[in-house]
Design a protein around this ligand. Structure first.
Ligand SMILES: NC(=O)c1ccc[n+]([C@@H]2O[C@H](COP(=O)([O-])OP(=O)(O)OC[C@H]3O[C@@H](n4cnc5c(N)ncnc54)[C@H](OP(=O)(O)O)[C@@H]3O)[C@@H](O)[C@H]2O)c1
Length: 256
């Protein structure tokens, strides 16, 4: 069965990936993963017969055992893996710490790696992996430091993995969007003791645009997908402008 696996499918960008993969890729099945089962069931009802809802908390070790068992049983031919599940939190080191930090690292980094390694044995030449990073991966981001650091890991991991998979002919693309306005990410990020440390989200994109462009970049095997003008400028600036200056600029911009 030609299959796509999408984590973070219950909302926002992940859900949009499911919509667009369903419409464009004509696969036999799409495995959708997130914690909220009711949301996954809604998608299953919308695209009847194609969707396999798999409610899992990807910060929990046991989730990967049950996924491994499902993969061993079904032996799907995974054509597309989208590692989208992730979250951020706004605040400094003394506001964002403990369990929330652990969860951010576990979901944004560890779960993404575990999902990738679990799915790889079921992927063949021409299969595509989209690792959802962020334009925050291009530079340090005080007041969202842990989040940006996890996404820098994703970017670096994806770029290296791409070369390790070169001989197998599997595409790996790190997707690096700037803010996306129509998902749950911004409200969840701001829901902290110091959520106003980032005051605005100007020029934010939409999930539909980001998913469409990311799938295009992955199809043509780009290593990094900057899915809009702002993320492209941010990527370029990080190559030209010294990091300390970029961080200082961000400290001003976020408080305007
Ligand atoms: N929105 C932005 O501005 C922006 C910009 C750059 C990059 N990104 C990245 O884009 C990705 C998608 O974010 P989004 O904007 O679409 O936000 P979102 O609407 O909050 O989606 C996050 C998804 O992750 C899932 N998730 C959260 N915790 C999970 C857990 N423990 N186990 C399994 N699934 C979990 C959520 O589902 P459940 O709650 O049902 O588990 C949800 O489906 C993230 O990796 C984010 O870092 C977002």
């Amino acid at each position: 069965m030609q299959t796509a696996v999408v984590t973070g499918a219950s909302s926002g960008l992940g859900r949009e990936f499911v919509n667009q993969i369903y419409k464009k890729e004509k696969l036999d099945s799409i495995w959708v993963i997130a914690r909220r089962e009711n949301r996954l069931q809604e998608i299953a009802e919308k695209y009847r017969g194609i969707i396999r809802p798999i409610p899992l908390d990807l910060t929990k070790e046991e989730s990967f055992s049950s996924l491994k068992a499902a993969l061993e049983e079904e032996k799907p031919d995974i054509r597309i893996l989208v590692n989208d599940a992730g979250f951020g939190k706004i605040g400094n080191y003394n506001q964002i710490y403990g369990q929330v930090n652990d969860d951010m690292i576990d979901l944004n980094c560890k779960a993404l790696v575990k999902m990738t390694l679990l799915c790889l044995p079921y992927m063949q030449k021409g299969a595509r992996i989209l690792e959802i990073s962020s334009s925050s991966a291009f530079q340090p981001l005080p007041a969202m430091n842990m989040y940006a650091s996890t996404k820098a890991f994703v970017l670096s991991y994806s770029r290296g993995l791409r070369w390790e998979l070169f001989e197998r002919g599997i595409h790996v693309t790190a997707v690096c969007p700037y803010w996306i306005k129509d998902t749950e990410f911004i409200p969840i990020s701001k829901d902290t003791a110091n959520g106003n440390a980032v005051k605005h989200f100007l020029l934010a994109s939409t999930a539909a645009t980001v998913a469409k462009r990311a799938l295009w970049f992955s199809k043509y095997n780009f290593p990094v997908a900057t899915t809009g003008v702002v993320s492209f400028i941010q990527r370029l600036s990080a190559k030209i402008i010294p990091r300390e200056l970029l961080s200082a600029l961000w400290q001003v911009i976020r408080q305007l």
